[in-house]
Design a protein around this ligand. Structure first.
Ligand SMILES: [Fe+2]
Ligand SMILES: [Fe+2]
Length: 240
């Protein structure tokens, strides 16, 4: 019931963001920051530690997809006549989900084969849940772009989503292949919990950021609705 209410508010939020070119450029820049995050760290896409050629190829393709997505979002912003913004820290979803994830996955060269597989499984489970969250957000954003006749952004988001769906599939399958069904269930549950907490923390922060920056662009009733939604998400984050 509460989840459906929050989802309805999020859909309205995306429609409002798309309706104003300045706020639309802001949210497209936020998506871009997530796409660029892997190149700011040294423990994403550990291609050299994949035990099978198919997984090494999938990881390398995934890494290249995210770089390409960053460029696609940047072009969509520029075509709207606005400047691309850079974001870091708590404004990047990857950063937030990592802050909510107790486990690290960096492979140590001294690790044996089993430890390497477990580390890789943790990275892939992290990526899987991150992709699920990004896809949920992009699906709502695409719907808003289509309704708001934002054709350029709709085309970009649609193409990105097709790749994200592929990322969701291979990361899930690879975790099972790497560590077996029982361990995969535990690893996936660990990262599912991190994603649930991070989703609430990130969403409530971005609503607050929106209201601080674009307050004059929202109607009083919408502002009240968004404040209520952010407060609910903030409370829920503490309970997850
Ligand atoms: Fe992406
Ligand atoms: Fe992706």
């Amino acid at each position: 019931m509460i989840d459906r209410g929050v989802e309805a508010i999020k859909r309205a939020w995306h429609r409002d963001l798309v309706a104003d070119p300045a706020t639309h450029a802001w949210v497209l820049s936020l998506y871009r920051a997530g796409e660029l995050y892997p190149d700011t760290v040294d423990d994403y896409f550990p291609v050299a530690h994949a035990p099978w050629p198919w997984l090494a190829e999938a990881l390398a393709r995934h890494r290249d997809d995210e770089r390409r997505h960053g460029g696609m979002f940047a072009r969509a912003v520029k075509l709207s006549g606005h400047a691309v913004e850079d974001f870091a820290g708590d404004d990047v979803f990857n950063h937030v989900i990592r802050a909510q994830t107790p486990t690290r996955w960096r492979v140590d060269d001294r690790d044996g084969p089993d430890a390497r597989r477990l580390a890789l499984a943790h990275f892939l489970a992290h990526a899987h849940h991150l992709e699920l969250r990004v896809s949920r957000s992009l699906e709502m954003h695409l719907e808003a772009c289509e309704q708001g006749r934002a054709a350029v952004a709709a085309k970009v988001v649609s193409a990105v989503l097709a790749d994200e769906h592929r990322h969701i599939g291979y990361t899930r399958d690879a975790v099972r292949e790497l560590v077996g069904d029982a361990a995969a269930r535990a690893v996936m549950a660990h990262h599912r919990r991190a994603e649930a907490r991070a989703d609430l923390v990130f969403s409530s922060r971005q609503v607050a950021r929106f209201l601080a920056r674009f307050e004059a662009r929202a109607t009083p009733s919408r502002k009240a609705l968004y404040r209520m939604c952010a407060a609910m998400q903030g409370l829920a984050a503490r309970a997850v």
